[in-house]
Design a protein around this ligand. Sequence first.
Ligand SMILES: Nc1ncnc2c1ncn2[C@@H]1O[C@H](COP(=O)(O)OP(=O)(O)OP(=O)(O)O)[C@@H](O)[C@H]1O
Ligand SMILES: [Mg+2]
Length: 248
Amino acid sequence: MPGVTPPVPALDCRDVRKRFGDVQALDGLSLTVPEGAFFGLLGPNGAGKTTLIRSIVGLTHHDSGDVEVFGLPAGRTRAYASRRLIGYAPQDVSLDRFVTVRRLLTLHGRYFGMTKHDAADRADEMLDVFDLTSKSRSLANQLSGGMRRRLLLARALLHRPRLVILDEPTAGVDIELRTDLWEYIRRLHRDGTTIVLTTHYLEEAEELCERVAFIGAGRITEDGTPDDLRARYGARRLEEIYRAVVGR
Ligand SMILES: Nc1ncnc2c1ncn2[C@@H]1O[C@H](COP(=O)(O)OP(=O)(O)OP(=O)(O)O)[C@@H](O)[C@H]1O
Ligand SMILES: [Mg+2]
């Protein structure tokens, strides 16, 4: 329609390429995630999911292609404006071991432009949500593996990002927290936050995601709503589609 500008997507990746030595980790990957979506990125080990995510947040520098977050350039050095809009929980647990859990959160808030007061309030709220209040004075390396994962999530959400990217958020997390976590993420989504997650638990993706994309060998091989994909593949479960698309 003339005069109608399309809405700006939360995430727009165009023809992104990244090579590590002789591995083409991203091979001209294009992906659009509309604002407000609950989006699952699925694919086997080594498909390029983490490389893509790290490119979006600027931890990996892609060789070519463009990434935009809410219309702002992303994934480049000094892409601060877009980076502030993103909450990122990495697959590998990386936490400062020398500050307390609470301090780690308040520092993150300050780093992301929050006032001291707001960062402190929000840190306490996140400690409560992720059941870490009793550990607020501990150091990160004094936490259990699952607690560290919770802290990563608390940190990712602390600055109230508009786009939340979770790279295997439930790996190593107990059932109770998994249920709580998804409840919380669902609430964020209902309030308009865009969610992108990777997971190897297909039943999780099936239940939560409004849209999924399969990534294989650095490209998107399939993209659609679970219903569309089930119809297209005559499948009942996402797992059948995964096997058909990934085909290993
Ligand atoms: N820093 C790096 N140096 C060299 N190769 C890398 C590096 N990071 C990733 N790769 C390679 O890029 C490819 C994609 O890896 P990536 O971590 O993106 O996969 P993934 O889809 O996240 O897999 P998983 O499900 O196991 O987390 C792999 O072949 C990996 O070995
Ligand atoms: Mg990964």
